[in-house]
Design a protein around this ligand. Structure first.
Ligand SMILES: [Zn+2]
Length: 274
C-alpha cells in the first residue's frame, strides 16, 4: 500500500543545510533523471532553470529534508531529465519515497492553486507554523484540500461483490467506491453509494483501513459490509457489471500492488470469514 513510513516527520518550515529530496511537479508528473529515476538536486534544478524560491516544506524522510515545487504546464526540461506521471513510478521507485512524493504533490498542487484568494482575489501568503494560506486582504484561510471517499467490499455469505466501473482505465474489477457528499458521514456514503450503484442494502459495516490517494487529493476510507437485501441492479452510467464471486469461482482481474482496493479484496477472498 502507498503509505508514508512511520519515521516520516511532517514539517512546515525549511531545514537549510540538510540533505534534500526535491520533488518538482508539472501537473501530476514528477521530475526525475532518465538514467536512474533519481530526483534532481538543487544544482540540477538551477541548471534546468527551475526556481525553488516558492518551494514548500513537506517533511523529513530519514536524514532527507523533502520539499515540493512546481513548474508551469508547458515547462520543458533538458535532456537527461523527464516529467513522469506518479502512477508510472509505482514499482519503479522506492515505495517510501513514492508515498512522500504523493504528499509533496498534494502540497505543491494546493500551493499552486491557492496563490489568490477565492473570496476576494487578493494575494495569499503562507502562514508560519501551519499548513495554511491566508489572504492578505480579507483574511480568508485555505488548507490543503482532501476529498474523502469510501470504498466497501460487500459480502454475502461466502461470496464477495466485485464491480467493474465504466470509467475503470484498465477494465479491472474492484470493490464499490465513491466520494462523500457534503454533510454525509462516511457510513451514510457507504449506504447511499451501494444502493445507487448496485441496488443493494447492507448492514454491519466494519472499518478496514484508509489510504491517501494523491490523484489528486483523495482519502480512501475502506470498509467491509454484509449484504442485507436486494438483487444486483447496476446503475449503468457508473457500473458496467457487478457479480457475486464465491469459493471456487474464478476471480476477475482486480487491482494489485499499491492501492487499498487490492488489500481489501485480498483480505476478504471468497470463503474467508472476517
Ligand atoms: Zn481575500
Amino acid at each position: 500500500m502507498l503509505v508514508t513510513p512511520a519515521h516520516f516527520v511532517p514539517l512546515h518550515a525549511p531545514q537549510p543545510g540538510a540533505q534534500e529530496h526535491i520533488f518538482v511537479f508539472r501537473g501530476g508528473a514528477l521530475l526525475v533523471r532518465d538514467a536512474d529515476l533519481g530526483l534532481p538536486d538543487a544544482e540540477a534544478c538551477a541548471a534546468l532553470g527551475i526556481a525553488l524560491d516558492d518551494a514548500r516544506a513537506v517533511g523529513m524522510l530519514g536524514k532527507h529534508y523533502c520539499r515540493a515545487a512546481w513548474v508551469a504546464a508547458d515547462a520543458q526540461v533538458a535532456e537527461g531529465f523527464a516529467f513522469r506521471p506518479l502512477r508510472s513510478l509505482f514499482g519503479a521507485v522506492d515505495t517510501h519515497l513514492l508515498a512522500v512524493a504523493g504528499r509533496a504533490f498534494q502540497i505543491a498542487e494546493w500551493a499552486r492553486t491557492h496563490r489568490f484568494c477565492g473570496a476576494c482575489g487578493g494575494a495569499m501568503e503562507a502562514l508560519a507554523g501551519e499548513r495554511c494560506m491566508r489572504c492578505t486582504r480579507c483574511g480568508h484561510a485555505a488548507y490543503p484540500r482532501i476529498s474523502p471517499a469510501m470504498m466497501v467490499l460487500v459480502r454475502k455469505g461466502d461470496a464477495i461483490l466485485l464491480a467493474r466501473n465504466v470509467a475503470a482505465p484498465n477494465g479491472r474489477f474492484s470493490a464499490l467506491a465513491g466520494f462523500l457528499e457534503a454533510g454525509e458521514s462516511v457510513e451514510d456514503a457507504v449506504h447511499r453509494e451501494v444502493f445507487e450503484e448496485v441496488g443493494l442494502r447492507v448492514r454491519d459495516l466494519r472499518y478496514f483501513g484508509s489510504q491517501s490517494w494523491p490523484f489528486p487529493h483523495s482519502l480512501m476510507i475502506a470498509f467491509t459490509a454484509e449484504w442485507e437485501s436486494g438483487e444486483i441492479a447496476c446503475d449503468t452510467s457508473e457500473i458496467a457489471e457487478a457479480h457475486w464471486f464465491g469459493p471456487g469461482d474464478t476471480l476477475p482481474e482486480f487491482a494489485t500492488g499499491v492501492s487499498i482496493s487490492g488489500e481489501l479484496i485480498r483480505a476478504n477472498l471468497p470463503g474467508r470469514t472476517g
